[in-house]
Design a binder for this molecule. Sequence first.
Ligand code: IPM
Ligand code: MG
Length: 398
Amino acid sequence: MIVIVLPVVLEAKVKNYSIAVLEGDGIGPEIIREGLKVLKAVEEVSGVTFSTTYYPYGAEHYLATGEVLPDSALRELEQNNAIFFGAAGDPRVPPGILEIELILKIRFLLDQYINLRPIHLFPNVVSPLRNDKGIDFYIIRENTEDFYNGMGHRFDVRNDNSLRQQCALEMKRKRYRAQVSIDSQLDIKEDYAITLGLMTKGGAERVFRYSFDLARRKGKAKVTSVDKANVIPHLYTLWREAFSEVSKEYPDISTEFTFVDAVTMWFVKNPENFGVVVAPNLFGDIISDLGAGISGGLGFAAGANINPGGVSMFEPIHGSAPKYKGLNIANPIATILSGGIMLEELGQERLGRLVREAVTAVLRDNVVRTKDMGGRATTSEMGDAIAAKVYEISRGIE
Ligand code: IPM
Ligand code: MG
């Protein structure tokens, strides 16, 4: 046996990172355990160390205390270098509470304005598409604006004598606070609802800059912008204008505009044509599940909520899958890959690549396959196999 120490180990900067761990609900604890197992392997082959602090927030904590995420906890989370998040959601908690007051609260108040979702088809992972040209692109979803702001109102006017309705709305972000009043009148007496989308030019520009920089960093030749400017002109012509302006700073990267309906068709027909795809918050939410679907399912779909100058949160795209809770059958790869993106964002690009290579190698070997892949391997066996690959690759065993 020849042992070669690869530069990946030698060049890692010696550093300690504090990681806030939120396992959350359902399969959250199981997948996070495997994510941390792989990070432990990374620690052992590099000079980098992680100290973890666990936070209990999620359904159990909410059901026991009525508290979702206190502001004091948010301030504590902000003291860490990164947040590693499993999943939130539980059938005993009405929909919306944990999503809005936990996940979105962290994203918004820590100004994690980039939602990065790599779409990559790994070896021996089956795509439902007949595609032999490979799938390897990035979705960047604007993560703090658009229709994700809670501003809206439901007007129950059937039992109200006045047709004229007024309400005051407010939203708060790290960059600004918005106050909007609605004064509305319908000339029929029927219940109705209004939801407002809001986008700022600066909010869009910073996402485009990140997208073009990512294209350069990852060697992608094109950035595709997604919108629906033909039907929702106010929001999305602002988006387009900002995109065109920022694109001028990157003459080496080509650009295109697509409507969101059309892009869903192109994801299915020609996924190989995409490099970086940038979308407003709501469309980005939708197309990223489609991206996961065409590249083998949510088990492989990693994600990151990034504030390039602040504290970022790394979480798989999938949810808490309550019916699989405690069964040790969920695929931990999405979480493990999210941990890899965390390393990259912390400035440890080589270690991030090591994690991705370890995942690729295990999938290429095609021995350890979880239930979603038609196999019988458990969550922990998949984590063990990937951690073992981290050691193997970094030792360069022949
Ligand atoms: C996602 C999820 C969330 C979103 C929910 C849980 C708030 O669907 O991360 O894609 O809509 O952003
Ligand atoms: Mg989603």
